[in-house]
Write a protein that binds this ligand. Structure first.
Ligand SMILES: *Cc1c(COP(=O)(O)O)cnc(C)c1O
Length: 378
């Protein structure tokens, strides 16, 4: 099963051995009958430790990201917490992207810091700055690319070199690209993080997260924490993500087609000041993105000449785009990061510009999307 599209539909998803059901069933059970004490069928004893629907998702995730082990969690942040707590102890240090996802920053700055983990936000586009921020206690270089919401690009292979020279792990949040557009493990990442809430689920109907470890030993340690801390994906949530994954490739291609057209439209619109999209030649990370991504994704951010008032007005005037948080679903979403998704980083080094609008470009008809934006910007 060498090609991505085929793995997305079949990896970990053998027809059910009992009935032949083509689709992996939702194993809604907490426990499993043992054939005599310790006589487990297929290794299942309790659903926090393992559940067949979740196992199918975990195998599919490992196959799609090219890792040794996949683990499915209750949310992206639960997955992030597990990787930090597996690899860091009080007194250890992590490097965060200067424009990390706000929830990642909050987890580190408000929860892990209180436990004694130290952190430095660094612009990851500057490898020398990352190297300079490394300490003897640095355990993780945390990379997000493209970043949320500024669509910054980091050089995954370059960062892997810096992290490994320092004896640290490179963890890549691959949520914005999805494994269809970007394969961090092949570029040297040790762990990939996914908020499966976004493109993997793809239909805005589930909250979930995942870790994919390049190496089986680290995968086992992460699996220990998954079971010990218990923030697992339930069987129905795992099933929804599995169903989403089957169409990931076709959805991502349409997200990219539509985003490219939206970028073209916004770039020539007089009310728009700047368009942030790694597919633009003018984007500072364009060459790296072109090297490490298949295409440039479905997320587009832009600033407005009219400033914050116009940004808020546009968010209220659209009718096909839905004003809401999150991203990666089939429907187009619009939001104001400064007051919505990134309100938790206001006043921190990660504060985002208040004239910024973020789009998650969906897979509706592109003419409808452009007409909607045109009328909101008029
Ligand atoms: C949404 C998101 C997360 C967090 O995932 P949840 O499923 O909301 O917990 C992490 N990273 C990025 C880039 C995200 O967009």
């Amino acid at each position: 099963m060498s090609s991505f599209e085929t793995r997305a539909i079949h990896a970990g998803q053998e027809p059910d051995p009992y009935t032949g059901s083509v689709i992996v069933p939702i194993y809604a059970t907490s426990t499993y009958k043992q054939d005599g004490v310790g006589g487990l069928r297929g290794g299942y004893e309790y659903s926090r430790s393992a559940n067949p629907t979740r196992t199918a998702l975990e195998e599919a995730l490992a196959a799609l990201e090219g890792g040794a082990r996949g683990l499915a969690f209750a949310s992206g942040l639960a997955a992030e917490d597990a990787v930090f707590r597996t690899t860091c102890r009080p007194g250890d240090h992590v490097i965060l992207p200067g424009d990390a996802y706000g929830g990642t920053f909050r987890l580190v700055a408000r929860v892990l810091a209180a436990w004694g983990v130290e952190y430095t936000p660094v612009p990851l586009g500057d490898l020398d700055a990352v190297r300079a921020a490394i300490r003897p206690t640095t355990k993780i270089v945390w990379c997000e690319t493209p970043t949320n919401p500024l669509l910054g690009i980091a050089d995954i292979a370059g960062l892997a070199g810096v992290a490994h020279d320092a004896g640290a792990l490179l963890v890549v949040d691959n949520t914005f690209a999805s494994p269809y557009l970007q394969q961090p493990i092949a570029l040297g990442a040790d762990v990939v993080v996914q908020s499966t809430t976004k493109y993997l689920g793809g239909h805005s109907d589930v909250v979930g997260g995942a870790l994919i470890a390049a190496d089986a030993g680290l995968g086992d340690e992460l699996a220990f924490h998954q079971n010990a801390m218990g923030a697992v994906a339930g069987p129905f949530d795992a099933w929804l993500v599995l169903r989403g994954i089957k169409t990931l490739a076709v959805r991502m291609d349409r997200h990219c087609d539509n985003a490219e057209r939206v970028v073209e439209f916004l770039s020539s619109h007089p009310a728009v000041a700047t368009v942030l999209y790694p597919g633009l030649d003018s984007h500072p990370g364009h060459d790296i993105a072109a090297r490490q991504m298949r295409r440039f994704g479905g997320m587009v951010s832009f600033t407005l000449r009219g400033g914050v008032e116009t940004a808020l007005k546009v968010c209220g005037l659209v009718s096909v785009f839905i004003l809401g948080e999150s991203l990666g679903g089939v429907e187009s979403l619009i939001e104001h990061p400064g007051r919505m998704t990134h309100a938790s980083v206001a006043g921190s080094p990660l504060e985002v510009p208040d004239d910024l609008v973020r789009l998650s470009v969906g897979i509706e008809n592109i003419d409808d999307l452009i007409a909607d934006l045109a009328s909101a910007l008029a």
